[in-house]
Design a protein around this ligand. Structure first.
Ligand code: CMX
Length: 133
């Protein structure tokens, strides 16, 4: 793993939370992007080498809607950048982690992504991601 690429935070409303995080971080949101496959609208903030990703559900049966209904707004996942997502997925599978999909998916911010099930990672949802070049 190369670095913490971003931290994902589930929010009820980007309209409310983007101005809140702009004030908190004293930096503007640099991008909003919808990922229809994940039924989510995202907003990104750069903080040094790491980003904060705010996540608002766009569908009632989406992962974010379910998370908000169960736990409320808050920390949703940590994403680690990797150099070779296919090799890292094979390594993690070999180590016994449960990959939530067999092949990388196209995520927000020009990334290939893969999630690991939180039940095998001490209750923390982990994403690995690789920039699409
Ligand atoms: N962090 C930690 N635990 C989580 C979690 C999260 N973000 N989301 C769900 N869980 C836990 C639940 O609390 C539950 O735990 P218990 O069994 O102890 O009650 C367990 O995981 C199962 O949760 P669930 O509500 O029954 O939900 P599902 O099994 O339907 O889905 C998960 C859980 C993680 C497999 C699903 O949310 C998933 O596939 N996530 C990956 C995709 C994703 O999160 N997309 C949104 C972000 C996209 C982006 O970043 O662009």
């Amino acid at each position: 793993m190369l670095k913490v690429e971003h931290i994902g935070i589930a929010v009820e409303s980007l309209a409310v939370s983007v101005p809140l995080f702009e004030k908190l971080l004293n930096t503007p949101c640099y991008k909003q992007e919808e990922v229809s496959s994940e039924q989510v609208q995202t907003a990104f903030f750069q903080q040094g080498e790491t980003k904060i990703e705010l996540l608002e559900a766009t569908g009632s049966d989406s992962a974010i809607a379910k998370f908000l209904a169960k736990k409320g707004a808050g920390m949703h996942h940590i994403a680690f950048e990797v150099a070779d997502i296919h090799a890292e997925m094979a390594r993690l599978k070999e180590e016994g982690f449960v990959l939530l999909h067999e092949t990388p998916k196209k995520g927000a911010d020009n990334k290939l992504i893969c999630f690991l099930h939180p039940k095998n990672t001490n209750g923390v949802l982990i994403e690995i991601c690789q920039e699409i070049r």
